[in-house]
Design a binder for this molecule. Structure first.
Ligand SMILES: CC(C)(COP(=O)(O)OP(=O)(O)OC[C@H]1O[C@@H](n2cnc3c(N)ncnc32)[C@H](O)[C@@H]1OP(=O)(O)O)[C@@H](O)C(=O)NCCC(=O)NCCS
Length: 180
């Protein structure tokens, strides 16, 4: 398990799946805002890749997020779009509703940065989020991510086009921040 200060990132366990499905992916509004495509229900037993992890996939790594204190499941996190030529990847995360606003998201981003920069040797990490997702923007900026641009009207979310913000962090910036 990869440990942050409050959370750990570990492999997906079979009994994480019903909780993630019910609390994250059955939420139409939350899913529509966090996912790249339209909401659709996930059947129990489905092999949907957001829930059932393919350990052999080269382009992405999925984690379950647990509290270090007690080991309870609190969310899901991933490094995706891993590009070993440009040495870049994207970060994604979703905390269970009861686990939000406790600093866990910030710690997940920090731990994913360690995974991306130290374990995988990447040079750039990137986050895209809706421009009104203030918690995600703060969790990224708390870790030194820089707003690089606005993708105007790039996300179709429940009947309207919303802007997305693109944030990036380079390994040398991350190292300088870590030493500061
Ligand atoms: C976005 C998300 C991952 C952030 O995780 P979190 O554990 O709630 O975040 P933290 O507790 O670390 O808080 C991060 C910052 O956001 C702020 N914040 C938290 N909830 C907020 C809210 N609803 N509105 C505004 N700011 C908020 C916190 O005060 C904190 O700011 P600070 O560090 O300046 O004090 C989480 O809220 C979540 O899972 N949301 C739904 C799914 C989602 O949006 N995923 C991201 C898709 S790109």
């Amino acid at each position: 398990m990869l440990k942050g200060s409050k959370i750990g990132l570990r492999a997906r366990h079979e009994d994480d799946i019903p909780t993630l499905r019910t609390e994250l992916y059955d939420d139409v509004v939350g899913s529509a805002r966090a996912e790249a495509g339209p909401w659709r229900p996930i059947s129990p037993g489905s092999k949907d890749p957001r829930l059932v992890v393919d350990d052999t996939a080269q382009g992405s790594v999925a984690f379950s997020v647990v509290e270090l204190d007690g080991g309870s499941l609190v969310g899901t996190a991933s490094l995706w779009g891993i590009d070993n030529h440009h040495r870049s990847a994207h970060i994604g995360l979703g905390m269970l509703p009861a686990a939000r606003g406790k600093g866990y998201g910030t710690d997940v981003v920090a731990t994913l940065c360690h995974y991306g920069f130290v374990v995988r040797g990447l040079q750039r990490l990137q986050i895209e989020t809706l421009a009104d997702n203030h918690a995600m923007l703060r969790a990224a900026e708390n870790n030194g991510f820089i707003r690089e641009g606005v993708l105007r009207s790039s996300a179709w979310v429940l009947g309207e086009f919303l802007d997305e913000v693109l944030l990036g962090l380079l390994v040398q910036e991350w190292k300088a921040n870590s030493q500061g």
